[in-house]
Design a protein around this ligand. Sequence first.
Ligand code: SAM
Length: 330
Amino acid sequence: MVLQDKLGRCVNYLRLSVTDRCNLRCMYCVTKDFTHIPHPDILRYEEMLRLIDLAASMNINKLRLTGGEPFARKGFMEFVSKIMARHGDMDLRITSNGTLIEPLIPELSRLGVKRLNISLDTLDRKTFEEVTGRDHLTDVLGTIEACIRAGIRVKVNAVAMKGINDRELGAFIDFARNNPIDMRFIEFMPMGDDTKSDSRFWSADDILAQASEFANLVPVKRTKENRGPARMYSIEGGQGRLGLISPVSSHFCGTCNRLRITSDGYLRTCLFSDHTYKLRGILRNPSLGDDTLKKVIAAATRDKPLGYHLLESRKGCEGVCGTQMSAIGG
Ligand code: SAM
């Protein structure tokens, strides 16, 4: 079974949030009145494995585990090991803040994890504390180094924020010049109620124009390996590359191939849409089997919206969707 929507977009990529809990409190991610999802509502690992098995049977071949902070959930490494044992051919990736995992990197590599996305919005210790509420910059840098040593490919993601990390563009480019990483800036998305802030918005085009003052950037051709949402540039004379992800100024809805499942078991067919499908009830109903789950997932995929319409129609309103990122997983 191939998952396809009414517009002909094929879906082969699942982003699964394993927890809404996180050891950081990033200013763009967590709202003031944030409350955690009650524990009984969080999917158990066995339930997640069942969903992954189903997804694999529906032609999903790329899986990203995210959160919250996935490594903050107890038993996460064992969960990864089970996924790898059942779906060795799945392109498994993990998104992490990199604060807890430096000692786990050799084990992740042994399990066959080849790619990690690590969020890092600043290279300055004080700014790191301001953005995340915690003093963990050195841990994250240690994790990135450990990944490079272990041969795990690292994408470093920074949320682009004027007045916060724009002054560090040169330092970030040097970081990518000196390390074999993809240094990617993501445009700030106004998710959830108090993350709206037009004054912080720093567009991908502005970043590119400013970046060319620090390096000769050569656009990387789109290939099978380089077809994600980031526009990639190699840095002349450097080891790493610069990437720009522009969900706000230049959307990539036309080629979106993703589904998301939140840690409490809601299927989300578009990052910007709050229209969700509750899979948890089906998973926990003994009289409903895999066929029902498959039918719901296929029907939801058929109606996958175009997120930029939602973004446009809600411009200037509170947030583009009523759910904050920590609950969705980015
Ligand atoms: N804890 C993990 C981490 O820090 O990467 C995974 C969860 S985090 C929600 C996933 C991604 O969403 C991160 O790359 C983060 O920077 C991004 N993100 C969160 N809120 C965002 C926002 N308002 N705009 C753009 N990106 C955001």
